[in-house]
Design a protein around this ligand. Structure first.
Ligand SMILES: [Zn+2]
Ligand SMILES: [Zn+2]
Length: 163
């Protein structure tokens, strides 16, 4: 019974040594007939903690991809050219990756980098290979953040301090 009132109970009692099932309403605290419950205007239903519905997840994904599409940079308005060498096309690189990737997007700590500076797999260079370059931009990113958002605490949001 799916749409059963939450006050509906099936109980048993013993009458003349015989176990009998009866219906009980925990709201009215009385034995009832099934029809009493069925026709009761005061039915209450359990609130199920619904698993996040697919549409909601989709919505979230949409918000995320929208966020990703609208990535902006505190460092440049020109997201078409590499911030280091000026070449196109570019990859939009989140300065703080991993758990802070979304924070990077949120706080516009994103930079355009050509493949060469971003992830040159052939020569193993670019920011994803080059720890020093990454650290350089971590520092720049944190400084920019502090300048741009004086009321926010970088360390509290990013849980790190690069300076
Ligand atoms: Zn470049
Ligand atoms: Zn990247």
């Amino acid at each position: 019974m799916n749409n059963q009132c939450k006050n509906f109970r099936k109980r048993t009692k013993t009458i003349n040594k015989k176990r009998t099932i009866y219906l009980y309403c925990t709201k009215n605290k009385e034995e009832i007939q099934y029809s009493n419950c069925k026709n009761c205007p005061y039915k209450e239903y359990k609130e199920y903690k619904k698993l996040e519905s697919k549409s909601k997840i989709k919505q979230k994904t949409n918000t995320l991809s929208k966020l990703e599409r609208n990535r902006k940079s505190l460092f440049t308005d020109d997201l078409e050219h590499c911030i280091i060498c000026g070449k196109s096309p570019v990859n939009l690189h989140e300065i703080f990756g991993g758990k802070n990737r979304l924070n990077s997007i949120k706080y516009k700590l994103v930079i355009p980098l050509c493949t060469c500076e971003h992830h040159d797999q052939v020569n193993c260079r670019g920011i994803h290979f080059d720890k020093n370059l990454r650290e350089e931009w971590h520092k720049k990113g944190q400084v920019k953040f502090i300048e741009t958002y004086p009321d926010l605490k970088f360390e509290e949001i990013f849980k790190k301090n690069y300076l």
